[in-house]
Structures are given as structure tokens and as C-alpha cells.
Design a binder for this molecule. Sequence first.
Ligand SMILES: C[S@@+](CC[C@H](N)C(=O)[O-])C[C@H]1O[C@@H](n2cnc3c(N)ncnc32)[C@H](O)[C@@H]1O
Length: 164
Amino acid sequence: MLTRYSFSNLIRFNKKGIMNASFGQNRGGYNPVQKNNLIHFQPQLLKINLQCEHFKNVDFTQYDFIYLDPPYFNSGAIYNTKGFGGQTWSVQDDINLFNKLDNAHVPFALSNLIQHKSATNTKLLEWVNDNNYKMHIIGSDYNSCIYTTRIPNEPTVEVCITNY
Ligand SMILES: C[S@@+](CC[C@H](N)C(=O)[O-])C[C@H]1O[C@@H](n2cnc3c(N)ncnc32)[C@H](O)[C@@H]1O
């Protein structure tokens, strides 16, 4: 319910852990379709073990499929500048995450931005090429995203990397 009524459907907390998202008058909202979705989704949540952890503390098993949506270090997203648990996401975090995936030996899919504005994620490109992973280009322009701006000729290129 908080996301439904928050600006851009994003909840946000300050350093004291208090929610401080703006009210989403136009972009947020709650309607009968969303109510129905929530009612059907709620029982599924009871089967899920949700954890909020630094990725270095998460272990994988041979039976896992891993989907990752880590911070895009070349975007201006809030978790890049203000951090997660007090730590800001860096290129070194990308590298550590890539190494962890290389060593996991399980199928994975990872979302990221190869290019955003004029910044290219060269480490991501190197990692994909060095390991012969597959790079799928996603047709998303992020024009409605609150932390990006539309700049002609400086495209945002979203990708999904898979090892299968
Ligand atoms: C691109 S967003 C993913 C958003 C998510 N797919 C969703 O729909 O809510 C990246 C997420 O990574 C989290 N994050 C940042 N640093 C992290 C870390 N060291 N370990 C695990 N997660 C981290 C951020 O808090 C943020 O929620």
C-alpha cells in the first residue's frame, strides 16, 4: 500500500529509518485491479523467505537460479550516492559481485545498464566478453524514471546478462 501511494511508486526512508516518500498524487494511486493483484499475491509472500543483506553475505546452492538487479553505478540513483547500510555502490562492488557469480556455477540473470548518458560500464562489458556470457538488450528508455533525464543522442542501454 505504501508503494501504491508514493511518488513514482517508490518508497524511501531517511537515515533514521523513517519513511519520507512524497505522496504520489498522479503517479501513485490504488484501484480495483491493484487491490485484486495484492489479494492474490499476498498468499505467495507467505512461502517466501525475504532477507535484506549485503550480497557478500548471501550464499548460493547448486539448486539456485539467481536473478540480480544490483545498483547501476553509472546512473544517478539514490543508493549509489547515499549507499546501502552506509556504503556507496562502486565499480569494485560490481567486480566483487561478478566474481561471486563466476564462482557460483549456477544459472543467473543480471540486469544492468551498459550505457547511461555518456557513461559506459566498461567493466561489465569486459566481464561479459571474457566469460562469453550472453547480453540481451532490453527496450526500455527510462523516460518515466525519476532519477534520469532524457538527453538526445545519449541513450540509456539496459541489458540482461545471462550465463545460459
Ligand atoms: C536497481 S535497484 C533494484 C530494485 C529492485 N529490483 C526493485 O524492484 O525494488 C538496486 C538495489 O540494490 C540494493 N543494494 C545496494 N547495495 C547493495 C549491496 N551491497 N548488497 C545488496 N543489495 C544492495 C539497493 O538498496 C537497491 O534496492
